[in-house]
Design a binder for this molecule. Sequence first.
Ligand code: NAP
Ligand code: 8YV
Length: 321
Amino acid sequence: MKLDVLQTGPIPPIVEPIFDEAFTMHKLHKAADREAFLKDVAPKIRGIATFGAIPISAEFMQKFPKLEIVANMGVGYDSVDAKWAGEHGIIVTNTPGVLDDEVADTTIALLLNTLRQLPQSERYLRAGKWVEKAFPLTAASLRDRTIGIIGMGRIGKAIAKRIEAFGRPVVYHSRRPAADVSYRHYPKLLDMARDVDTLIAIIPGGAETKHMIDARVFEALGPSGVFINVARGSVVDENALIEALRSKKILSAGLDVFADEPRVPQELIDMDHIVLFPHVASASVHTRRAMGTLVADNLKAWAAGKPPLTPVPETPYPPKR
Ligand code: NAP
Ligand code: 8YV
């Protein structure tokens, strides 16, 4: 008997066949009447494969009396109520490690694009303006910058390693000093923001980090400050960011993530001096295949009566007594 799995949104076509072959997939996003569909399939669902399309809240999980495992495509699982799942014997898995290099590479690309205004220079060329005069010199450069990374986990470390190769100093903020790194640790984000001119956010989303990057942080970062966000839109007070950019409290921003994706505030779209990516940090065929395969492998292990491969800390396996 194959495991009955609810699929909450589209799976990248490169990995969809793995799921269709291994499990009985129930595709919520293809249902004409979602409520009727859920009512029909809920009694048999033992697994959920989630691709960030809808929040997996306590209320949602309660609909499935036989639910045992929620497998999330993404290392960030802030859209899943993992605490509630853990309290109710449901395992949650994510996709750590397999995307670190891709996300770190894209972060460096976003940083350099933002500092050197490279997307703007390309738009300039395509608009035929180069023949009239050269693209203006950019105020910012990576030269002389000190980079403060917010979050020094798997991806934070991969970003730091790359920045070291550029010869620039790295410092970081997290709740506890990270193992295996010698960069200066700041227990307080505001203190770090005062000492650096470039901030890169790569922390989890969720209630604990909501709006932790706020007007005070931008004030501390100062007028040459550049803010790069590859974490979650929720970690920054987006209105405060817009205001800081508008009033030139900071110089620029490079954003891969937003508070209400895929909707991006018009104020940000209208600012030509910042760089916006549509949440693409891990979006290569190679990396999405690795992530999708890990989601499937977690469900396959579970279906075979084996431990899940990558359970999140809120739902350890075997469960703590
Ligand atoms: P990780 O290894 O768990 O690292 C998380 C880091 O954040 C740790 O250094 C942790 O240190 C720090 N942190 C957690 N809560 C914090 C808090 N309240 N205040 C300050 N620091 C805090 O995770 P990862 O694999 O590097 O991924 C990090 C996040 O990046 C994901 O959760 C996801 O949201 C985001 N991400 C985005 C993309 C994208 O496409 N843009 C792709 C992948 C990941 P302490 O626990 O000591 O505080
Ligand atoms: C994905 C991510 O884009 O892993 C994460 O936390 O944000 C990204 O790699 C996202 O999970 C969509 O599947």
